[in-house]
Design a protein around this ligand. Structure first.
Ligand SMILES: NC(=O)c1ccc[n+]([C@@H]2O[C@H](COP(=O)([O-])OP(=O)(O)OC[C@H]3O[C@@H](n4cnc5c(N)ncnc54)[C@H](OP(=O)(O)O)[C@@H]3O)[C@@H](O)[C@H]2O)c1
Length: 299
């Protein structure tokens, strides 16, 4: 049976990948975008299975009209409180009002459910919204895959490529969960068409320690990569607090938030405990951190 899926945030990095994966399945797509942006029309205008609909997140009427008749709403929006809590609340309320059966919030992260209060701004916004999702009259699935593995070659300051070091905080043996953006997008599309998906789906393209990352880098480059202790997760959390105090902007990913992400991962607080990759096919080859690093270094 053809599933009609509405994707919010489809013009974003992950959103575009989710749309691509959904087009490989038996789906019809509606892409929700905000007024004033031509990005969605430019990206998807030529695709006959995609309808671009425009609605302001401040207009309940426009949102209800936009989501009416779909089987599932997939959110891939990105931002801080005005987006993750406020805009998604409006989208969720519209989905409930329109009688949409299922909702996928824009989580795509480590397990934010039991991290310490005040330890990770972005995770706590997800947890706050998850309480709304839980209380809403709709079936929902959150997709948790750890950090995007792609970030190891850029945004995540864990591997120092020039200095042949892999940083760790507290323990080099803490397990860290990583999944590539493409694998997250594939799973999201499969969950979107799966009426029986549970409330939380945990996946991990790879589960490695800092010690494993150093071994991979040594093997790929033929140059020894050493582990470097950078302090405890407690000192990193304290540094993040100081950096936050001096930060004026409301960016989604400021440096202090990156530090909070590392604290959540290296403390083990956000580690995935119910990974079920098998749900998405035994034959799928997940992209590992080693694959990501080898591909990056071969460029
Ligand atoms: N696990 C990880 O390591 C990791 C890393 C990065 C991101 N993520 C998560 O993945 C998800 C998608 O991130 P992304 O990097 O793909 O995001 P992105 O490229 O920044 O795009 C997200 C989309 O959100 C929409 N958006 C932006 N501002 C908005 C606003 N004020 N109100 C409503 N919609 C707005 C935009 O779509 P329109 O303009 O079409 O409305 C935009 O294209 C987010 O939940 C993000 O936190 C996870």
């Amino acid at each position: 049976m053809t599933t009609t899926v509405l994707v919010a945030g489809a013009t974003g990095d992950l959103g575009q990948r989710i749309v691509r994966e959904l087009l490989d399945l038996d789906t019809r797509l509606r892409v929700l975008t905000r007024p004033g942006s031509s990005a969605a029309a430019d990206l998807f205008g030529g695709e006959e299975r995609i309808e671009v609909v425009t609605a302001a997140y401040t207009s309940s009427r426009e949102l209800v009209e936009a989501v009416a008749g779909v089987d599932v709403v997939v959110s891939a929006v990105s931002g801080t409180r005005p987006v993750i809590v406020d805009a998604q609340r409006a989208l969720l309320a519209a989905a409930v009002q329109a009688g949409v059966p299922r909702f996928i919030p824009s989580d795509y992260s480590s397990d934010y459910r039991s991290i310490a209060r005040g330890s990770n701004r972005n995770f706590e916004l997800r947890r706050e919204f998850a309480a709304d999702v839980d209380a809403a009259d709709i079936r929902a699935t959150s997709i948790l895959g750890g950090a995007f593995a792609d970030m190891l070659t850029g945004e995540a300051p864990v591997i120092l490529f020039d200095r042949h070091r892999v940083l760790y905080w507290s323990s080099p043996d803490q397990v860290l969960d990583f999944t590539t953006k493409d694998d997250v997008a594939r799973v999201t599309a499969l969950v979107a068409v799966d009426e029986g998906a549970p409330r939380v789906v945990e996946i991990a393209g790879d589960r490695v320690t800092a010690r494993d990352l150093a071994a991979s880098m040594t093997e790929i480059t033929g140059t020894p990569f050493k582990l470097q202790w950078s302090g405890t997760t407690g000192t990193l959390a304290a540094m993040s607090k100081v950096a936050r105090r001096f930060s004026k902007s409301d960016d989604t990913f400021p440096a202090w938030q990156g530090m909070q992400y590392l604290v959540s991962m290296y403390s083990g607080q956000a580690q995935l405990r119910h990974v079920d990759n098998a749900r998405f096919g035994d034959d799928h080859v997940w992209t590992t951190t080693r694959d990501v690093l080898a591909e990056y270094l071969s460029r």
